[in-house]
Design a protein around this ligand. Sequence first.
Ligand code: NAI
Length: 494
Amino acid sequence: MDALTTNPADSESHNESANAPMNVSANASEPAGGGGWFTPRPRQSPPSEREGGAAGGVPSRPVSPIRPVGRGSARPVPPSARPGPPTAQPAPPSAPAAQPAPPAAGRPAAALPPEVPQPRPPEAGAGPSPDAILIRRTMAEVAPVADKTTSYFYALLFIQHPELRELFPAAMDAQRDRLVKALLTAAEHIDNPKVLSEYLANLGRGHRKYGTRPEHYPAVGECLIGALTRYAAAVWDAETEAAWVRAYTAISQIMIDAAAADERHAPPWWRAEVVSHELRTPDIAVVTVRPDQPYPFLAGQYTAMETPWWPRVWRHYSFASSPRSDGLLSFHVKAVPAGWVSTALVRRARPGDVIRLGPPAGSMTVDHSTDNGLLCLGGGTGIAPIKALVEDVAQHGRKRAVEVFYGARSDRDLYDLDTMLRLQKEHSWLSVRAVVDEPLTDLVRKCGPWPEYDAYVSGPPGMIRSGVESLVGIGVPSQRIRHDLVEELVASGD
Ligand SMILES: NC(=O)C1=CN([C@@H]2O[C@H](COP(=O)(O)OP(=O)(O)OC[C@H]3O[C@@H](n4cnc5c(N)ncnc54)[C@H](O)[C@@H]3O)[C@@H](O)[C@H]2O)C=CC1
């Protein structure tokens, strides 16, 4: 059982870990390259330092063709359309976001299409593939100039494909690099198609809400390679470029196929009306919404949310309860400094306001095929999906031991303790322990060992990292630990 979720988004982690659409550029009216392959348009004048925050010109050498996508799409891309790369999301770096584990909401993960140029595989037992080596060499080269590379990428994208600008928020805040980060992260793990396919399929589905279309992907890929060509110039050559084209084509194909499959049975987003807004502390609100159509999800998953006050700015929140018979969805939101969406949801949202929700994502769900106990660590508002998991176990009626460790910075921040204690009273199989004055993991260790338990870790990224490390240290196998930190998910494929 894999642990991880997507998140991207987006993985993303939650709250203000925004997802920004993975950008993609496209120009469907552009003449096609030979044989239906995408042919990059002639380069325009390079953006200046002023325009894009990057110096110098656009690469003079055209990039290799990026294969058209759209195969498997409900609406095939016309032969003249340019395939594009996936949009990068503030996601779950969250992919950037991207993730293994059981397919989100029971959807099958997309497989790499056979006709798409595949990255050259590693030889058995021989370490990374030739493409992975070239890609990692590029990454090492651009790492010290990551910010410039990202700026240059967006400058290229918005100058060469101005029609894509509207897919992004008006203010490109610090989260803007998520798309680039997601793409680079995915490319870096190109040797792990199993891990990547889940992560990227989730990312592709999630990009539908941004209006991303198959023909956008080639534009994104072209600009990504344009930026890498410039900032990895010292190591860039034809072989490296070919490796990136193969990787990007494979990445974008998974995203496009997943989006096309999703299109057949789910909307790109849901509208949802706020029906209640309860302030639990001055900074934490429980927001309950009614979606305009059925919203299927699993306890432990999360979604992206956009408010009317910050259009095209999406942030991730976990469902704070298991699916309810009345169809309502609840979220625990904490206002954080510079957290536009969270602050608006806590301080401005009122019943009657309408928000938008993306699709459900994440694999931090209960495995009902086993009777293993559940060892749950929730930090701060990270208790929200843990509460949903407890309700899920209760609804399934099998008495499985569930041990919840709830950590917060102060008594006041244990804003949902009463609910958890009420659940403990109702269910003899549930034990809840709250901690404010010692690291959560110390108490977990003291109360162990945990030989027959699946572990669930939810909270701030630092807590997830230390929690996973500590659980592994006390003998919980890593494949039995689930969490929603996307970067870790991708990394776990190493
Ligand atoms: N709102 C939601 O639906 C969800 C939120 N999250 C994430 O949970 C976090 C919640 O933020 P806050 O409530 O402000 O939590 P917080 O920052 O106050 O931390 C809560 C507790 O986690 C532990 N912790 C924090 N940092 C740690 C570290 N570096 N190492 C070990 N333990 C650590 C401590 O016990 C702390 O008291 C956010 O990062 C959010 O993105 C995660 C899942 C769902």
